[in-house]
Design a protein around this ligand. Structure first.
Ligand code: SF4
Ligand code: SF4
Length: 116
């Protein structure tokens, strides 16, 4: 699943105001971020999929390489891609990602790339 797909689906519905990025491990930053032509992201943070799509590169555990690992937030916030700007905190999709991550952690499932 990509951030764009999430937006096209359900992420704008049913915002839960109690959900906060402040107590989240930036789990939405493990989704594939497809870049748009208008995005101005530093090129060394991007890569291409086997299908030729330009995306944000991810580390071996699946997080976008732009995540500040100390603060678990976006290190290029002012330059973040369009799809990241539209992802809604507290949306259904946000909550789904948080739940999936929490379940993986509780069950000790290794965090790996899911959808390249
Ligand atoms: S938008 Fe949701 S999943 Fe992403 S960092 Fe914020 S709370 Fe976490
Ligand atoms: S660019 Fe920033 S907001 Fe977007 S996935 Fe990467 S770290 Fe998260």
């Amino acid at each position: 699943m990509t951030l764009a797909a999430a937006q096209a689906g359900k992420c704008t519905k049913g915002i839960d105001p109690t959900v906060s990025c402040g107590n989240c491990d930036a789990v939405c930053c493990r989704l594939t971020v497809v870049l748009m032509p208008e995005d101005r992201v530093p090129r060394h943070l991007t890569t291409r999929t086997g299908h030729g799509l330009e995306v944000m590169a991810r580390d071996e555990e699946g997080w976008c390489v732009a995540v500040d690992q100390n603060r678990m937030c976006c290190s290029i916030y002012e330059q973040r891609p369009a799809v990241c700007r539209k992802f809604a905190m507290g949306s259904e999709y946000c909550r789904d990602e948080r739940r999936i991550y929490r379940e993986q952690m509780q069950r000790g499932i290794p965090l790996t790339l899911r959808d390249e």
